[in-house]
Ligand binder design. Structure first.
Ligand code: MRU
Length: 372
């Protein structure tokens, strides 16, 4: 996608052939800064501190993290250490495990001298594949949007999304936002309600920023506003991404997604989820029971960062403020699970299916042997 006319991906290999570069998402929408990752540890810190985030981008960064490890030391010991260190960087997005398993299976049988080149080649392939998969999710989701009739009199289609599942969360295009970009580019009048997505505000900071850069009309809303808008015919469909989807169609995504799905169900609003195949965890059926939910620091609740306004004037400086009283405890589960029964359909690179084991297997029949 483009940033002020220049095409960007979220992650790429620098011309020196070793350093990996990525957009620093902790500074958006206030600063556009590109970070260099020179070591596997740089990639691990970037995932853990959310310089990069979003399930597919976490997977792509982990793949490049393995390549950086092999550039430093292509030994078996380093391969094992990089796998373990990167795997522990964030627990919920299964794309991380998928990418690390893929790289380890490729690299382990190779002689050490061949590992560096093979790892960089595969990491680049994973990035290219992710961009193409997301483009196809966009095409498949566009088919669903074309069938919708606006509920209000504006004549525009109103989408509602939670967190950021746009191009910033992937290598390019996004999952949930790919159909929205394609609808907008096809001339369909579409407007997006953007949940702010506390505590880290990925909606307000990232989704609003990238929709704005692409010229898609959007309005940021408080996380609790969606149900009210649905009751008043202001939402034609909800669309989110996912960090892990079970083979039964349960969808784990940013905390608060489940409440939007409940409100959508109560109001007869379709609830769609866009996902690439590496986000499906075929080893799990029951998401509520079996998906590990990342618990993040309470500091994400107690403190907020933004542009400093002094005496009514923008200063251009960034400032962090505390919003909780001294001594109040905070709890910060970062994801929740929406049961399959609340999901109208899953949108994948292979097509649209029911959120169920039968639905997923109709698109991925080669996984039949792994299903129960
Ligand atoms: O904690 P984050 O910002 O990594 O969470 C991201 C999300 O929940 C996204 O919606 C998800 O990764 C879907 S990916 C396109």
């Amino acid at each position: 996608m483009k940033v002020d006319g220049t095409p960007y991906r979220t992650i790429w290999l620098s011309p020196d052939g070793t350093t990996v570069q990525a957009i620093d998402q902790t500074l958006l929408p206030h600063r556009f800064v590109v970070r260099d990752f020179r070591t596997m540890e740089d990639a691990e810190v970037a995932i853990r501190t959310m310089i990069v985030r979003g399930a597919p981008l976490i997977g792509a960064t982990a793949a490049y993290g393995m390549a950086l490890a092999m550039a430093t030391d292509p030994s078996d010991a380093m391969l094992a250490r990089a796998y373990t260190v990167l795997m522990e960087s964030r627990p919920t997005a299964v794309n991380l495990r998928w990418a690390l398993d893929d790289l380890r299976a490729l690299l382990a049988p190779l002689p050490a001298a061949k590992r560096r080149e093979a790892a960089y080649r595969r990491a680049a392939e994973i990035c290219d594949e992710d961009a193409e998969i997301c483009r196809r999710i966009g095409e498949n989701g566009l088919g669903l949007i074309r069938k919708l009739k606006p509920r209000d009199k504006s004549g525009r289609i109103n989408a509602l999304t939670h967190c950021n599942a746009g191009w910033l969360a992937t290598v390019d295009w996004g999952t949930a936002l790919a159909p929205i970009y394609q609808a907008h580019d096809a001339g369909i009048p579409i407007h997006v309600w953007v949940d702010e997505t506390r505590p880290r505000n990925q909606g307000a900071s990232l989704t609003a920023w990238e929709l704005g850069k692409h010229g898609v009309p959007h309005t940021v809303i408080a996380d609790n506003a969606g149900g009210h808008l649905m009751q008043h015919d202001q939402v034609d469909f909800v669309i989110t991404g996912t960090d892990r989807t079970t083979r039964g169609g349960d969808v784990c995504n940013k905390i608060g997604t489940y409440l939007k799905a409940l409100a959508a169900h109560d109001n007869g609003v379709p609830f769609y989820v866009g996902l690439p195949y590496p986000t499906i965890d075929w080893t799990i059926l029951d998401g509520v029971r079996d998906i590990p939910i990342e618990e993040r620091s309470a500091r994400e609740l107690s403190h907020m960062t933004g542009r400093l306004v002094k005496d009514g004037l923008e200063t251009g400086e960034l400032a962090t403020v505390q919003i909780l009283p001294e001594g109040s405890a905070g709890a910060n589960p970062a994801f929740d699970v929406t049961p399959a029964r609340l999901v109208t359909a899953l949108i994948t690179e292979r097509g649209v299916c029911a959120a169920s084991e039968a639905g997923l297997l109709s698109l991925y029949p080669e996984q039949q042997t792994r299903a129960a």
